[in-house]
Design a binder for this molecule. Structure first.
Ligand SMILES: [Zn+2]
Length: 418
């Protein structure tokens, strides 16, 4: 059984590598005086690609899904009104026909004034499409099929994102070679126009991959961060690869083996500056990666300090003193922007204190928190947990904005309670 799967994978790799010789549809620059113009607003929203929660920013709106139902939700920044993104006033938002029903909760992209996602049609499984709709939720249409046998099965897509006119597919598939197991990490692309087949941008098998890979899309380039664990030495290897989209070439811009620190995540600025986070038992770090050298920018210390998250212009380090979630937020030069409770104010809609961790109050009285992303102005957090009386417990989730320009003032953008 396993051998059969590998044979299929090999056959597909050969097919795809054959396709790679085709000239990409993106016009290649003929000389340095005629560079391709990339509109920054057509870049993927890297700051919301940190986890797997759907979240996008559009003009005047936030868009996303609640974990519980998978409907497309919006928050109007001007009015503070939120709801299911469906323009039909007679719709009860409870059927497949609803403009806000994504048929799952897969990979939302807001791109060039349209909303895109990947999912099945109706209840028909094993047939996935890239869908498009207006920002009103209307005019839903299929853009292309994502072939099940050629793409979904061998590559196991974890996320789809749209960047500069192309759909990118990020895959992570388990592979077995003898007694060795590994993860096949891949990135494929296809133009939204569909006038060209799939291009393999990245395709490598990583033994003991950490599954914390990250892709950052900047104009004509993609940065790919991968890391793996060495069982014998309990150390880690990391690689940062830079892909030139038009040429479909890649180069390793940073590599380090036998790292003893716990590795966090990376961020690449619009100016192509690369930052990485990590931690030891009692220390946490932000490093800059430059010319193959890792330089410490800032650090944190404490008994219960966690591995920081670096994102657009800021780095966040959480710690758990006195069984409470504390946040220390700095800019990428190390200057403190905020230090205090992660949620400094009481949020009246919540049943539990979101700063509490389970060790004292127990799991049932806390929320799990997940960072969706952020920038110099805000953090977006996902909270989930149980609420209600013993007889009527309900799993709920909230998407919350913390305003960094207003002492982390919290706004619930949407929740599964609505
Ligand atoms: Zn509806």
């Amino acid at each position: 059984m396993k051998k059969g799967i590998i044979a299929v994978i090999v056959a597909i790799v050969l097919l795809l590598s054959g396709c790679q010789n085709n000239t990409p549809s993106v016009t290649s620059p003929t000389d340095a005086d005629d560079p391709i113009q990339f509109a920054p607003e057509k870049n993927a929203q890297n700051k919301y690609l940190m986890g797997y929660t759907n979240f996008q920013e559009a003009d005047g709106f936030f868009l996303g899904t609640a974990e519980v139902n998978g409907y497309l939700l919006y928050y109007d920044k001007a009015s503070g009104i939120s709801g299911v993104l469906c323009a039909d006033p007679s719709c009860a938002h409870d059927s497949r026909e609803c403009g806000g029903n994504l048929g799952g909760k897969l990979s939302l992209s807001y791109y060039d004034g349209k909303v895109y996602w990947v999912g099945p049609e109706g209840t028909q499984l094993q047939k996935y499409y890239l869908w498009q709709s207006d920002l009103s939720g209307m005019n839903r249409k299929k853009i292309m099929e994502i072939p099940w046998d050629e793409i979904i099965m061998p590559y196991q897509p974890q996320r789809y994102v749209i960047h500069q006119g192309k759909l990118y597919i990020m895959g992570s598939a388990s592979v077995v070679d003898g007694t060795q197991t590994g993860k096949r990490k891949s990135l494929l692309s296809i133009p939204l126009t569909g006038d060209e087949g799939f291009t393999t941008v990245y395709d490598e098998v990583w033994p003991n991959a950490n599954d914390n890979e990250r892709y950052i899309f900047i104009d004509g380039f993609i940065y790919i961060y991968m890391s793996s664990f060495n069982e014998e030495s309990s150390t880690q290897n990391l690689t940062v690869t830079k892909v030139d989209i038009a040429k479909n070439t890649s180069e390793v811009v940073y590599q380090e083996n036998d790292v003893t620190d716990i590795l966090g995540n990376i961020w690449v600025t619009d100016n192509h500056e690369i930052y990485l986070t990590g931690s030891t038992d009692k220390e946490a770090y932000l490093w800059k990666l430059e010319n193959g050298v890792k330089t410490e920018i800032t650090s944190w210390s404490g008994e219960r300090v966690s591995t920081p998250d670096v994102m657009d212009e800021i780095v966040l380090c959480l710690s758990y003193d006195n069984d409470i979630r504390w946040a220390d937020i700095r800019d990428l030069t190390g200057k403190t922007i905020y230090s205090g409770k992660l949620f400094p104010d009481v949020i009246p809609e919540l049943e539990h204190d979101p700063n509490d961790i389970p060790s004292v109050v127990g799991w049932g009285n806390t929320y799990s928190t997940g960072l969706i992303g952020g920038d110099a102005g805000k953090l977006i957090y996902h909270l989930s947990g149980e609420e209600g009386s013993k007889q009527n417990r309900k799993f709920v989730d909230y998407t919350i904005l913390l305003d960094l320009t207003d002492n982390m003032k919290a706004t619930i953008l949407w929740s599964s309670r609505e």
